[in-house]
Design a binder for this molecule. Structure first.
Ligand SMILES: Cc1cc2nc3c(=O)[nH]c(=O)nc-3n(C[C@H](O)[C@H](O)[C@H](O)COP(=O)(O)OP(=O)(O)OC[C@H]3O[C@@H](n4cnc5c(N)ncnc54)[C@H](O)[C@@H]3O)c2cc1C
Length: 404
């Protein structure tokens, strides 16, 4: 097994420094503009594609690092650049991960390149699970998929909500119920190709933060897709459904392991925001003078910065541990993936709020970036499993008790 190490190798530092340059020179200068515009930042995604960041190859190589470190380093740097732009660049990877996890080799080959397009003609992808009445409780999805054998087609009906890139994506992957009586075991994932009649964007949400990332409803009305768009294929689905009907215990553990493995990626983005706010506040506290001395000379301010730095570093260590455990396929016996996401996201909210306090009135206005970072940070305690759901996972893992 690859040993855990805190010293990064040359490949890792090279990638990290390259991404840092992109974050500093491409993302930071336009971050405020895209936050205000609240639109998908196509030119930034194009630039990321041109330099080789927004591409299947880049993400596949980053994911192939046996230590698990490269992807979390990349995410911390992109999010340090700007969390909304980072999400605009990374949003497609949710669909990519779903296709990789569930698709046949042919489906992976057909659909994953379509998630990204190519430099000069970039595309984005969306992954839709959440519904108006099914957020944390994904077992209660109402979107239905019905198979029509005569035409070998699936017909989907339902509404997905809060979907990153929803309605503007070339590839939508949606999770729908095939047999509602079976709860989450009766669900399957489907690819809906670009231009399929019956898929339309509903409401586009106006958000508190990560406003450069597009979030919208996706409405499916008699949306007909060919049989080959069922990820994993019909035989595998039929086998899974018959196991579920017979009460055979199957992939619950596998699904949980997949969620745990992707949580450090969310945590790494939160660490990036926390670090940005800490660095900014530290510089500011050394410059800003009140009562004839720099405000950092007051313990009240210096101690805040001590705590901000300590918490951010602790969050990063949890993220790195979980990323390494995922890459080396170790069981998350104590919910280590959830620990990383929970602690990093709550750290980002805390650290960015403290940064506002250190900047005083300047922290509260849009001329300075810290209020944006605070707005951006909050989503990390909500999406991809709320803080409460992370605590539930950890509590169940450490206790073995079915805590509710
Ligand atoms: C900007 C943004 C982007 C998103 N992108 C996507 C996307 O691309 N694809 C997608 O499918 N979804 C996406 N989501 C949806 C996101 O994953 C959900 O919002 C999240 O899972 C929470 O669901 P909910 O909003 O319905 O809250 P609810 O599940 O209704 O929760 C409300 C509150 O109750 C608490 N709660 C619920 N159940 C329990 C429990 N058992 N124990 C204790 N507390 C509980 C929650 O923690 C929360 O505090 C996105 C959301 C946002 C805001």
């Amino acid at each position: 097994m690859t040993e855990f190490s805190l010293s990064l190798n040359e490949d890792q530092t090279t990638v990290r420094d390259w991404i840092h340059g992109f974050a500093l020179n491409v993302m930071r200068p336009v971050a405020q503009e895209w936050d205000e515009r609240e639109e998908t930042p196509w030119p930034v995604i194009e630039e990321a594609a041109k330099v080789g960041i927004y591409s299947l190859d880049f993400f596949a190589n980053a994911m192939a690092d046996p230590t698990g470190m490269t992807m979390v380093l990349v995410l911390e740097e992109l999010s340090w650049g700007d969390a909304g732009l980072c999400m605009a660049i990374m949003g497609s990877t949710l669909a990519m991960a779903a296709i990789m996890a569930n698709g046949t080799p042919e489906q992976v080959g057909e659909w994953i390149p379509a998630c990204f397009g190519s430099p000069g003609d970039v595309k984005v992808a969306a992954f839709g699970v959440s519904e108006p009445d099914a957020g944390s409780d994904v077992s209660s999805l109402r979107t239905r998929a019905v198979y029509h054998e005569a035409t070998d087609e699936w017909v989907l009906n339902g509404t997905k909500t809060w979907i990153t890139n929803g309605g503007i994506a070339d590839v939508h992957v949606v999770v729908a119920s095939v047999d509602p009586a079976l709860g989450s075991r009766g669900q399957a994932s489907f690819v809906i190709p670009e231009g399929t009649p019956g898929l339309r964007m509903g409401q586009k949400f106006k958000k508190m933060g990560i406003r450069a990332s597009h979030t919208a409803e996706v409405v499916l009305e008699d949306c007909r897709i060919p049989g080959r768009c069922l990820l994993g294929g019909k035989d595998r689905l039929d086998e899974r459904l018959s196991h579920a009907r017979e009460g055979v215990k199957t992939s619950g553990q596998a699904a949980m392991a997949t969620f745990e493995a992707t949580r450090p990626f969310v945590g790494a983005q939160a660490v990036g925001i926390a670090r940005a706010a800490y660095e900014y506040a530290l510089d500011y506290a050394k410059e800003r003078r009140q009562f004839d001395r720099a405000i950092i000379e007051n313990q009240a301010i210096a101690f805040k910065l001590s705590d901000m730095k300590t918490r951010t570093d602790a969050a990063r260590l949890l993220v790195w541990r979980a990323a390494w455990m995922a890459a080396t396929r170790q069981p998350f016996l104590n919910g280590e993936g959830s620990q990383s996401k929970l602690f990093a996201s709550e750290t980002a909210v805390h650290v960015t709020e403290e940064a506002i306090q250190i900047l005083g009135g300047y922290g509260y206005v849009r001329d300075y970036p810290v209020e944006r970072w605070h707005r951006d940070s909050k989503i990390y305690t909500i999406f991809e499993g709320t803080s409460e759901i992370q605590r539930l996972v950890i509590a169940r893992a450490i206790s073995g008790v079915r805590i509710r």
